[in-house]
Design a protein around this ligand. Structure first.
Ligand code: ZN
Length: 94
């Protein structure tokens, strides 16, 4: 009878990985069905949307009101520009 000599490389005792499984199953609220049709909503962008920087120069993307002078941008509509300050309207040329 020969004893089997097993050479076990003694590996540094590894700490058993403690995996604390915290399974917090939150009751999911029933997700309501998405609204039928997503309305096209204009993004509120603020005044910075009216300016654009080109070559270290400020470009204004809307015309200014002729009556009120510089500083009064006109609203951009489909076929016209309108001043919200005085009501001046200028139609876009087709
Ligand atoms: Zn105006």
């Amino acid at each position: 009878m020969s004893k089997k000599v097993t050479t076990k490389e003694e590996a540094p005792a590894e700490e058993p990985e403690k995996e604390e499984k915290k399974e917090e199953v939150k009751p999911q609220k029933a997700v309501k069905a998405a609204p039928k049709a997503e309305k096209k909503k204009k993004e509120e962008r603020g005044v910075h949307a009216l300016y654009k920087i080109e070559d270290a120069k400020v470009a204004r993307l809307r015309p200014t009101c002729e009556r009120c002078g510089p500083g009064y941008f006109m609203a951009n509509h489909q076929n016209r520009y309108t001043c919200g300050h005085c009501g001046f309207t200028r139609y876009k040329q087709a």
